[in-house]
Design a protein. Structure first.
Length: 232
């Protein structure tokens, strides 16, 4: 959905700015194939300041992972109050298998669903209502409806042209290009009908890496809880 937001043309977009805090500022993990941008802030407060400053000129969208900002976000009322959060949830059978191909040493935290649920639940407690949750498979099955829901949640007008992604190649993705090659090869959101069976995808990976089964078992309950809150 980041490319969809970029395709609008009226929103300043950032790609995973808080990864610099998690991986470089805090050193809480390793991220293969990552080429950092020179001069990018690496502290939580400095990254927030960068985003807030950009927002003074107009709407800002940033795509990030919840685990990058945990547990900081749980005590940062200012961030919760100022940011409209939308959560994109992917079937962990698919995400674990694809992540493992790129990083066989991935951690349990980096699967991300536990942090997503904790983050979303905290926002719901703070604001009194759940943020918009979108299932990736639903986005692929109904891209226009999903994009409309995203824009409405963010207070943005409809933009039917934003589903045309052929010219949307973010410069910020160059530092993590290996992670987005499949997405960049498509000029529209990939149809759900073209997806292979999720169980088959996961089993193919888990046969050679049985520890992935424990990862899936850990995150599956959080996935189900998020899906229960997702847009129908």
């Amino acid at each position: 959905m980041e490319r969809v937001m970029r395709a609008r043309g009226d929103v300043r977009c950032f790609h995973e700015p808080f990864m610099y805090y998690y991986y470089l500022g805090e050193g809480r993990g390793r991220f293969p194939h990552f080429e950092p941008q020179e001069g990018h802030p690496r502290t939580y407060s400095a990254i927030k300041a960068m985003l807030y400053e950009a927002a003074e000129a107009g709407p800002v969208f940033f795509k990030d992972m919840s685990y990058y900002v945990m547990p900081d976000a749980l005590t940062d009322d200012d961030l919760v109050d100022r940011v409209i959060n939308v959560f994109l949830v992917r079937d962990p059978r698919r995400s674990i298998a694809s992540y493992y191909k790129l990083d066989p040493e991935m951690s349990l935290t980096e699967i991300g669903l536990e942090a997503q649920y904790q983050h979303a639940a905290h926002i719901a407690d703070r604001k009194g209502a759940w943020p918009l949750v979108l299932e990736a498979e639903r986005v692929q099955a109904a891209p226009q409806e999903s994009a409309d829901a995203l824009f409405a949640a963010c207070g943005l007008p409809p933009a039917p042209h934003a589903l045309d992604l052929k010219d949307v190649i973010p410069n910020e993705w160059k530092g993590v290009e290996n992670w987005h090659r499949a997405a960049l090869s498509n000029d529209r959101i990939r149809s759900a009908e073209t997806l292979p069976d999720a169980d088959e995808v996961f089993e193919a990976a888990a046969r050679n890496a049985p520890h992935l089964r424990a990862m899936l078992a850990h995150h599956w309950p959080f996935y189900e809880k998020l899906c229960a809150r997702a847009l129908p």
